[in-house]
Design a protein around this ligand. Structure first.
Ligand SMILES: *[C@@H]1O[C@H](CO)[C@@H](O)[C@H](O)[C@H]1NC(C)=O
Ligand SMILES: *[C@@H]1O[C@H](CO)[C@@H](O)[C@H](O)[C@H]1NC(C)=O
Length: 224
């Protein structure tokens, strides 16, 4: 068994590993749905004392996203979408996330509202969430264009196609990687076998030589 290229076994192993990870990481590139905060206007703060509120956005199972600029009630804050704390979250394709807006206080956390944030709620990439007496916020998600009807459905169809292709690619690559690893292992085994045979042969020959010596000695003994 011969490797087609003159590479050392160590390099060969490295090559296999690099190839495996490079190809297995390709399919992660399909459409992301990052949600950013566009504007927010809080109508109230839940503070007991006249101090600045600490407002944060939070989705189930994720980290809190603090909105450090939102300090005053009844003033509209507008964001560029590239602030250090953006994006707020990422939405899956056909599933909603339970998210909410809260205020952190020393003793307890007050809720402005908690709701299901869905990709399909974004009309032309924009979604407004309003709660009477609490807040009004607009969120942006350019890749969520469910309202566009026909073209949107078509889009998601092609996305499903892309996903299928990606899965096929993963399978093919993983099978290929396994085959390459098997070949490498087989080659190593064959090499070890050859070495062992050579060693055994050498030992056998040595035995013969030793045998001759014994015969010589015996012959010598007879003559004496
Ligand atoms: C939209 O999806 C593309 C990949 O298809 C990604 O590069 C881009 O960042 C996404 N934009 C948002 C806002 O999620
Ligand atoms: C909420 O805010 C958006 C953007 O500032 C505005 O267009 C909309 O009219 C507001 N809605 C309510 C109910 O205040």
């Amino acid at each position: 068994m011969r490797w087609p290229l003159p590479v050392s076994p160590r390099r060969r192993r490295l090559l296999v590993v690099v190839l495996f990870f490079a190809l297995c990481s390709i399919p992660r590139n399909y459409s992301q749905r990052l949600v950013t905060l566009d504007t927010i206007d809080i109508f109230t703060t839940h503070e007991w004392f006249p101090s600045k509120p600490t407002v944060y956005f939070h989705c189930n199972g994720e980290d809190k996203v603090y909105l450090p600029d939102v300090k005053e009630a009844n003033s509209i804050y507008t964001f560029k979408g590239e602030e250090s704390w953006q994006p707020l979250t990422e939405l899956p394709e056909k599933k909603c996330k339970r998210c909410g807006l809260y205020e952190e206080n020393i003793f307890k956390h007050d809720m402005y509202d908690e709701w299901e944030l869905c990709s399909s709620d974004f009309k032309a990439g924009k979604y407004t969430h309003f709660k009477q007496g609490q807040f009004n916020a607009t969120f942006l998600c350019p890749n969520s264009t469910a309202s566009a009807g026909d073209s949107a459905n078509h889009h998601s169809d092609s996305e499903v196609e892309t996903k299928k292709t990606s899965v096929t690619v993963i399978i093919v690559v993983c099978v290929l990687a396994s085959v390459i690893v098997s070949i490498a292992l087989f080659g190593a085994y064959k090499y070890w076998q050859k070495k062992k045979r050579e060693r055994d042969q050498a030992r056998f020959l040595k035995l013969f030589e030793d045998g001759d010596d014994v015969e010589d000695e015996l012959g010598l003994g007879n003559e004496l």
